[in-house]
Design a protein around this ligand. Sequence first.
Ligand SMILES: Nc1ncnc2c1ncn2[C@@H]1O[C@H](COP(=O)(O)OP(=O)(O)O)[C@@H](O)[C@H]1O
Ligand SMILES: [Mg+2]
Length: 384
Amino acid sequence: MSARNSSKPILPGSTIGVLGGGQLGRMFAMAARRLGYRVHTLAPDQDTPTGQVADVEVVAPYDDLDAVRAFARNVDVVTFEFENVPAAAATAAEAFALVRPTGQALHITQHRFREKTFLAQHGLPVSPYAPVRSEEELQKAVSSVGTPAVLKTAAFGYDGKGQASISDIESAEVAWASMKRQDAVLEKFVNLDREVSVVGARGVGGEFSAFAPFENAHSRHILDVSVAPASLPERLAKEAIEITRQVMVGLDYVGLLCIEFFVTRDGRLLVNELAPRPHNSAHLTFDACRTSQFEQQLRAICGLPLGSPDLLQPAAMANLLGDLWSDGEPNWAAALAVSSVKLHLYGKSEARPGRKMGHLTALAPTREEALRLVLQAREALRHR
Ligand SMILES: Nc1ncnc2c1ncn2[C@@H]1O[C@H](COP(=O)(O)OP(=O)(O)O)[C@@H](O)[C@H]1O
Ligand SMILES: [Mg+2]
């Protein structure tokens, strides 16, 4: 059994275990294999995006703790590409392997109320919020937070799922009933100027490195486009990175973490949410930065020196959702004909609307030009 805070580096040739089977694990596995590591993945499905490129794919539900223990026994360090793994699974793995980040960090970040409480207790800026776990709390929350507001389920939300806009107590009642009265959080609606994110890495010895903020545009609550560098005053960019550092110290975090921020119309930063794993907004680091977010995650969890997060050239990333397949296979050749454009596909066979199937990146001398190129390439996919 390995000591949980062992500081001995995990060197190439070792085996990394990834809990989760999606595209984040896929790109992590590609980065890890490039550096000579072996990768095992555990997820409930077969032939997952991660499983397709891993050395070993274990198919088991996350709450099959015997399977998780057996998985952990065969690897040197366990990490995540999906945060909604039950905390019990992380704890079970901790008995047999290093787990980075820890089950405790996962426990906080997988639950919106615990996460916001952690942020507020550390003096970090969040939009006014209140817990909703009973009819009485719902009433209290609407009057203390005020409207307009957003009601969000406390757990298992992603890509805008489990969220509703609230204008008054009646709409709050209806929305909470449609969430089957699961534990939720009511959050004041933020008058947004823009959204940015910071991806930070923290090593075993506490060393910290962050990518400069990415600027993100959403469509139907799903990330649509990210651009680097963000157009953000230097003061706010520094503050966003400093908040990221403080969160990682507060969680005694080892690994990679993303913070999604709101920039208010009056020029303040608010933390929207944390993701204890690589993030969609940093996919452009694969092509545009000296170290990708996936290689940085690997370096952090293996106790290796963190890599340079420098942006080599302005870049833009556009997501490819399943909707693009509605009239047949997209025109890949047309997109790839656009100069500097790179195509990343996740190996998913079923293209459902709203499902993230892949992304495009473009590099250019300015971020405006990179954005123009990536959107041109995405549009070209439709011209079959
Ligand atoms: N309080 C809010 N005020 C304004 N917009 C919000 C608020 N909460 C969420 N949104 C919008 O919805 C998007 C998704 O919400 P988020 O809480 O990040 O959930 P998810 O887990 O689905 O990413 C945000 O990126 C933002 O565009
Ligand atoms: Mg989000």
